[in-house]
Design a protein around this ligand. Sequence first.
Ligand SMILES: NC(=O)c1ccc[n+]([C@@H]2O[C@H](COP(=O)([O-])OP(=O)(O)OC[C@H]3O[C@@H](n4cnc5c(N)ncnc54)[C@H](O)[C@@H]3O)[C@@H](O)[C@H]2O)c1
Length: 353
Amino acid sequence: MKEIIQKDFELFLGNEVLEKLAEILINKEYSKVFVLMDTNTQRHCWPILSPYLVNYEPIVIPAGEANKTLKYAEKIWSKFQEHFADRRAVLLNLGGGVISDLGGFCAATYKRGIDFINIPTTLLSMVDASIGGKLGVDFESYKNVIGVFQHPKYIFINPQFLNTLQEEEKRNGLAEVCKHALIEDKSLFEKLAAIENHDWENAGALIFQSLKIKVSIVKKDPLEKDIRKALNFGHTIGHAIETHSLISDAVPLKHGEAIAIGIICEAYISKAIQGLSGSELEKITDFFKSRFPKYKGKLHAPSLIDIMKNDKKNRQGLINFTLLKKIGKAKIDINCHDDLIAKSIEYYRNLTP
Ligand SMILES: NC(=O)c1ccc[n+]([C@@H]2O[C@H](COP(=O)([O-])OP(=O)(O)OC[C@H]3O[C@@H](n4cnc5c(N)ncnc54)[C@H](O)[C@@H]3O)[C@@H](O)[C@H]2O)c1
């Protein structure tokens, strides 16, 4: 079992982590154990977790981003009240990023904060969403606008949960795994590039190498004032494309698919103004091109640039980028001309499928 012990939280990864969880729950003598899950994790993951728990209260919500809302937060708080949860209660979040964002938010705000524990079950939540303490819900069709920062007490990662995850959800997580490699760790990028079909259930070592990057960045800058912005590589253009697709497509792009396009475009900009070499741009482009389907929708640069200018991360009409100097080395807080952003989108558009 691999572990990371920090002041704010402890993380364990391996096939035996649920035994460790059971041990901790007994030692901590929580007054009540609640388990939040969605309909998919109830079906696929709850049968694996439940044998390790004794007294618990399950809370099940429908699966999907559409339910990361105050409406479901209220339902969770009501469940806490109904079962007389006091400040010694604990919430286990069994699921992907929707469950850890929503459940963490409910726990961090109930009676000014009860403990919560993340048991991530998607690749994206194992390497990203379950770590870092950003919690919250979507509001009036804007993502993550209501929320707080609070770390989980523990994170237990069992890669075997990935056995039942759909291929497109694995791909969704791959974009973030690779982003971590691109900003911090060339050796991880090379390992990822060398594998054709990722067998994530047996890839605990790769998951650990990737999540360690997020842990170390968050430790240096928990409130995203400085270096944590490195994690936004690919996300400035990626988020704009995600928003555009949500508005215009019958089947919108998944987050990871939009970020993959964002990474290609921002790698192009990195070559233009940060000295990323042509061969590294090619490697990054090939990596994402061969693993993600080409976006078939329209990409209209001026509209995407307008969306970027309205993003909460940007100020006074200036668009903030994290770019690459080379694979494994990022630079934060860079602005660039709209023309270059438009050219980067054209670069993506002109790629052969
Ligand atoms: N807090 C953060 O730092 C942070 C970082 C990145 C993303 N996020 C948030 O995370 C969310 C996306 O996370 P996600 O991609 O994990 O989405 P998700 O939680 O919606 O999970 C994706 C789908 O997979 C299903 N699923 C989960 N585990 C499964 C399993 N083991 N087997 C079968 N099906 C399973 C879910 O029911 C869901 O349908 C977004 O809301 C995003 O804003 C938060």
